[in-house]
Write a protein that binds this ligand. Structure first.
Ligand code: OOB
Length: 552
């Protein structure tokens, strides 16, 4: 196994194989196999292109050959940061063919995140697009190189703009595929690295194996009822765990369906694509769901023909019952709630669940062998119906983060359960209801922010003495971020501080939504900063301000 990773104990691995979960299939062979079964079916639509399975397979082959000629090889880590365009599939399947490990980054990431990923994984290459949504990724890549001294190869899906340090994928793709480049990885080895939402200073990386990940993909495709007639709209950044495997594009490719890639999740873009491509399934986070509901319910998209839509998946953050109840009448399709995590465990409401279960719960686990414990502060299981801390282990939940032994000792129990940091309640039917969180993380409409990470960036400002970042309630995103700052001497202005954070190359969703200057922080009994009191203070303040503007 890749160094720095924690394998499942032998007896568990044997059990998961014997139960038929781990089949030995690899992501290296996955696309070739599907291209044999579904050659002429449409695999992907996006960016004005439409590729069949045979075409995608051939492109991945030729790119893999080119990447091998460049010197990339099995075991190399390659940071992949691409928007929702068909090349993203060509690139990841080319890497799987070589046995190289994609390290998935989001399009929103900037110098701070990409630099960290490249250096922490000792990446051999970084794959970017040229420009997207007004941002030039080539400039960022040059800064990454200046900062971390690597990676050796920066590959651009698009134009290099003539820059000598960059290689265009277009120039790399070989004329013909060389079958000798095809790797034969051990199915129990790590296939890729995924970024966790994080709670502590630096983001943690999640190593997923061929065996465990493909089990979750096949089981998810089955639960979600995918068939070759499925047309899935990829509205979220496609390499996030939700649109990748729950059931996501891999689930759709598994059965020979079609993935339509949306360049952005706005109602205008997505609802037009749903109508034009006769989309049957899609997956969004709650704020996107709210926007779509508004746009269709007597809004500017009310005229759209959404009759093809069968399943509307919502997950990544809590989707409240009030909005959940509007899905069927407004969009005319079934809601499926999804409560998952990149570390593994994914819960779905099922097609045969009654309306109340779909509206009020976040689903139940994929696998009969997902072990779910709901425990109190003393670590003992609480009765059904009571709120406790969710712990889990199972055939697709990791046993440890990549190269993080100290963090692992706290994040996993000695017997291998992952401490999710989520507070849940279990219903008599085994469905879970998410009630809150014990981890120090902010869930900004599905985008996860680690307060610690932001605090460290704020503390780097010379006029800042101390900083504490907390969640504040928000009707649209559920939560936004509020930074409490104790200045050192003359306080910087808010806009100067935010400009400073942007200048450090922090992803936009991590820039605090609000900054409050203060002289001191409330303390807990043992003298730590009381984030609970800060959260209450900002919540009270917002409530009072709302009452002033809307006293009725
Ligand atoms: C998904 O994965 P991550 O890794 O970005 O975030 C996981 C965390 C969970 O531990 C939980 O705190 C929160 O996101 N979460 C939810 C939720 N779904 C995720 N909280 C409340 N209700 C939900 N439905 O977010 C993810 C991965 C795979 C599938 C779906 C979501």
């Amino acid at each position: 196994m890749l160094d720095g990773c924690t394998p499942w104990p032998e007896e568990f691995a044997d059990r998961y194989r014997a139960a038929g979960y781990w089949t030995g299939e690899t992501l290296t062979g996955f696309l070739r196999d599907r291209a044999r079964s579904f050659a002429d079916l449409t695999a992907v639509v996006g960016g004005g292109r439409r590729w069949t399975y045979a075409e995608l397979d051939e492109r991945a082959d030729r790119l893999a050959t080119g990447l091998a000629r460049l010197g990339l090889k099995a075991g190399d880590r390659v940071v992949v940061q691409l928007p929702n365009r068909p090349e993203v599939f060509e690139v990841v399947f080319a890497l799987f063919r070589l046995g190289a490990l994609p390290v998935y980054a989001l399009p929103a990431h900037r110098l701070a995140e990409i630099g960290y990923l490249c250096s922490f994984t000792e990446a051999a290459a970084l794959v970017i697009t040229d420009t997207d949504a007004g941002f030039d990724y080539r400039d960022m890549a040059a800064d990454v190189r200046a900062q971390v001294g690597g990676p050796d190869h920066i590959l651009v899906a698009g134009s290099t703009g003539g820059s000598p340090g960059l290689t265009a994928l277009e120039d790399l793709r070989a004329d013909a595929a060389d079958p000798a480049v095809l790797a034969a990885p051990d199915p129990s080895d790590v296939a890729f690295l995924q970024l966790s939402g994080g709670t502590t200073g630096l983001p943690k990386l999640i190593p997923r194996t061929h065996d465990d990940y493909l089990y979750s993909v096949r089981a998810s495709a089955d639960i979600c009822g995918l068939t070759p007639a499925t047309v899935y709209l990829g509205a979220l950044p496609i390499v996030h765990n939700f649109p990748m495997s729950s059931p996501g594009f891999l689930g759709v490719f598994h059965v020979g369906g079609t993935v339509v890639l949306a360049p952005d999740p706005s109602p205008a873009t997505c609802l037009e694509l749903i109508e034009a491509e006769r989309v049957t399934h899609t997956a969004v986070v709650p704020p996107v769901a709210l926007l779509w509901l508004e746009a269709v319910d007597r809004g500017p998209q009310a005229h759209r023909d959404l009759s093809s839509l069968q399943v509307f998946q919502v997950g990544g953050a809590k989707f409240g019952p009030k909005a959940a109840r509007r899905v069927r009448p407004v969009l005319g399709c079934a809601l499926q709630q999804v409560f998952g995590m990149a570390e593994g465990l994914v819960n779905y409401t099922r097609a045969d669940d009654d309306e109340e279960t779909v509206v009020h719960t976040q689903g139940r686990p994929i696998s009969p062998d997902d072990e779910v414990r709901v425990v109190g502060p003393d670590g003992a299981d609480v009765p059904v119906g009571e709120v406790g801390h969710l712990l889990t282990r199972g055939p697709y939940t990791i046993r440890g983060y990549y190269r993080a032994p100290e963090h692992n000792a706290a994040a996993f129990t000695p017997d291998g359960f992952y401490r999710t940091g989520d507070l849940v309640r279990r219903t008599p039917t085994g469905h879970l209801v998410v009630e809150g969180r014990v981890k120090d993380q902010i869930n900004r409409g599905g985008e996860k922010v680690a307060p610690d990470e932001i605090e460290n960036h704020i503390l780097a400002h010379p006029a800042v003495h101390d900083a504490a970042v907390v969640a504040m309630p928000d009707t649209f995103l559920g939560e936004r971020t509020c930074a409490y700052v104790i200045p050192r001497g003359a306080a910087p202005t808010r806009s100067e501080l935010l400009g400073f954070l942007r200048g450090r190359g922090l992803a936009g969703y991590k820039i605090p939504d609000r900054v409050e200057f203060t002289d001191e922080f409330p303390a807990t009994g043992i003298g730590k900063v009381s984030k609970r009191e800060l959260r209450e203070a900002i919540t009270d303040h917002l409530r009072a301000a709302a009452l002033r503007t809307d006293p009725g």
